[in-house]
Design a protein around this ligand. Structure first.
Ligand code: NAD
Length: 246
């Protein structure tokens, strides 16, 4: 039987990468999925996928979130996947870069959960999945100052909300990937100048000697969305090719 039969899901940053893979995996397991992003062209590619409804949503825009929440019933599954990797140390991170990462990586989740949690509670529960990273409270990655700071905040946010609603049917877990093949990863490789050297360095971070795939992470998201994981909340689950085990 389909593992998410009868469930509804909202996914942010669903146009590409892990968000897209999760939206497709949720739909393939029988969920009705609202796939949101700011990239209209890529979202349009999802229009013909059975079970998937693409919809524009900028998770940095509080008015857009309020309008979306007013028009959208609370889902059984909320996957907050949107996030941005700022490269650099604390000395490379000015106030604007700091605020941008906090807004996109953390405040977006605060806003989305505030918008949909009341409805999820009213419906008797649900599963919230937040995209963190192993570069967070788990490990310190070089040149990932504000990224690691915000992803550690995602872990704290996850555990805090999980603790407050543990008796009311809402579960909250975080996914902490290592380096995963995605369009923005290739942008980061190109930005470093020497693409092949950058690619080799990104691969070398994983003791398994390869990148993760968006589909591997999507499989974990399906598990966290499904009732199979009903006894699990407040967890930050690493899927990282062994990176955090070194
Ligand atoms: P990606 O970075 O290639 O794509 C990100 C998507 O987010 C794009 O479709 C983009 O349009 C969308 N987006 C950007 N700003 C948005 C906004 N304001 N509102 C809505 N959507 C917005 O995808 P990815 O690499 O799979 O990353 C997805 C998530 O996983 C991010 O939170 C990222 O930090 C996290 N992550 C990525 C890796 C990795 O190695 N790729 C590892 C760990 C964690």
């Amino acid at each position: 039987a389909a593992r998410l039969h009868g469930k509804t899901a909202i996914v942010t940053a669903a146009a590409q990468g892990m968000g897209r893979a999760a939206a497709l995996a949720f739909a393939a397991e029988g969920a009705r999925v609202i796939a949101t992003d700011i990239n209209d062209a890529l979202l349009a590619e999802l229009a013909d996928v059975p079970g998937v409804t693409p919809q524009r949503l900028d998770v940095c825009d509080p008015a857009a979130i309020a309008a979306f929440a007013a028009a959208t019933p609370a889902p059984s599954v909320l996957f907050n996947c949107a996030g941005y990797v700022h490269a650099g140390t604390i000395l490379d991170c000015d106030e604007d870069a700091f605020d941008q990462s906090v807004t996109l990586n953390v405040r977006s989740m605060y806003r989305m959960i505030r918008a949909f949690l009341p409805g999820m509670l009213e419906a008797g529960g649900g599963s919230i999945i937040n995209m963190a990273s192993v570069a967070s409270s788990i490990i310190g990655a070089p040149n990932r100052f504000i990224y690691g700071t915000t992803k550690a905040a995602v872990v704290g946010l996850t555990k805090s909300v999980a603790a407050d609603y543990v008796t009311r049917g809402v579960r909250v877990n975080a996914i902490c990937p290592g380096t995963v093949d995605s369009p923005s990863l290739h942008d980061r490789m190109r930005a470093l100048g020497d693409y092949d050297t950058a690619r080799a360095a990104f691969i070398a971070r994983q003791p398994m000697g390869r990148l993760g795939t968006a589909e591997e992470v999507a499989a974990l998201a399906v598990f966290l969305a499904a009732d199979e994981s009903a006894f699990m909340t407040g967890q930050a689950i690493a899927m990282d090719g062994g990176w955090s085990n070194t």
